[in-house]
Design a protein around this ligand. Sequence first.
Ligand code: AMP
Length: 288
Amino acid sequence: MTELIRDVDSLRAKLALARERGRRVGVVPTMGALHRGHLALLEEARKRAQVVVVTVFVNPTQFGPNEDFSKYPRTLEKDLEACRAAGADYVFSPEATTEIYPPGDETRVRVPETGKHLEGAFRPHHFEGVATVCLKLFQIVGPAVAVFGRKDYQQLQLITRMVRDLFLPIEIVGHPTIREEDGLALSSRNAYLSPEERARARAIPAGLGAAVRAYDAGERRVSSLIAAAREPIAAAATSIDYVAIADPATVAPYPDDAVIDRAVLAVAVRVGTTRLIDNVVLGEGATV
Ligand code: AMP
């Protein structure tokens, strides 16, 4: 049975009891509007922990002033049903202004190097919001393990870094990206796409796939790999924020004239007004 909990104190009390009984707690942080990608993380958490908490919280501090905070899909009833069917123990869905950021709250967490590239360059306070809310959620839940998607590759690296730097006793697990049949990564934001835009969004995995094929054929030059990815994407996207090849740990982009071995190819594009991100790690046999 899945229990919906809305306040910090109740959740802490229940999880303290579970831990006292020697049960391992796992957490899957989400912003809700759950899809198969989120549920795959939940499955993964269930394999690694005896009590699983899915957090559903549209975190205001990770959105910029002109971003989609107010229109972000909120589907708590459906999310709860999905979590019930998938066997979560608790769904934690707190209010922002009373529970997570109550009056007087001011402490923020920064991961300056891993947070400054790629998404960080386009969304200035985004990762400060992400790191802060994840640390708060970790402190509330007290998990032994937390599962994140590789879909948000930079976020996964940043949380891994934060946990290491702050000596948090939490195992961070990265789960592979779950995709639609045509390769598009599942995302709550895909709901914004019109049918015509949805068809154009197929160019994103097509671009990643083209770069993977070039890599598999022996291409190692950053400029050529980026060109391979950009071609289909540029033809279909409304605009491109970046197509970058970056260090897999720090996500610092490599210069165009670099030659790489293992690296992450990350993209952020707009299709219509919807901003979508995706990535693939080159050099680990990934397919898109
Ligand atoms: P979000 O609700 O979009 O903030 O995502 C919550 C968690 O689900 C993050 O760790 C994401 O990386 C992960 N996630 C989102 N989409 C996918 C996907 N298509 N495949 C795997 N994980 C995902």
